[in-house]
Design a protein around this ligand. Structure first.
Ligand SMILES: [Fe+2]
Ligand SMILES: [Fe+2]
Length: 140
């Protein structure tokens, strides 16, 4: 199942878009690996590779929110935390062997989350960051 980042998901902030594109790439390789029935070790490796980038990306957004005093920070962080928890729950389920039901669950969770979170919450954050940076630039 090919999933791709598209222009509608752009937040307007260069680093956020760059990170999101990379997340889509990593999620795609996980989905590809699952669809060809890859072994447990390989899946585990890809899950780790995906997790590591989510950590990098969530840290970057968290730093920006705290630096600029983003008013929706708590809600936004809650969305990140709940996503990480859901992915690790799925990963634990995978440990007892991949099934096609699980593969569909991962597709739904990850793809829906990426599209909804990026398309709504991250876009609002991006608009805030851009406005803050523009105002700051005008003050300088
Ligand atoms: Fe994001
Ligand atoms: Fe986010």
């Amino acid at each position: 199942m090919a999933i791709e980042w598209n222009r509608n998901l752009s937040t307007g902030v260069e680093w956020q878009d760059r990170h999101h594109k990379e997340l889509f790439k990593r999620v795609s390789s996980l989905l590809d690996a699952m669809s060809v029935g890859m072994g447990k070790d390989e899946l585990d490796r890809i899950f780790t590779f995906l997790d590591s980038y989510f950590t990098v990306h969530f840290d970057a957004e968290e730093q920006a929110m705290s630096k600029y005093g983003y008013p929706e920070m708590m809600d936004h962080l809650r969305e990140h935390t709940s996503f990480i928890e859901q992915v690790s729950a799925l990963r634990r389920e995978f440990a007892s062997g991949p099934t096609s039901v699980l593969v569909v669950k991962v597709q739904r969770l990850v793809v829906d989350w990426l599209i909804n979170h990026i398309g709504e919450s991250d876009k609002r954050l991006g608009t805030f960051i851009l406005k803050f940076e523009t105002d700051q630039h005008l003050r300088d």
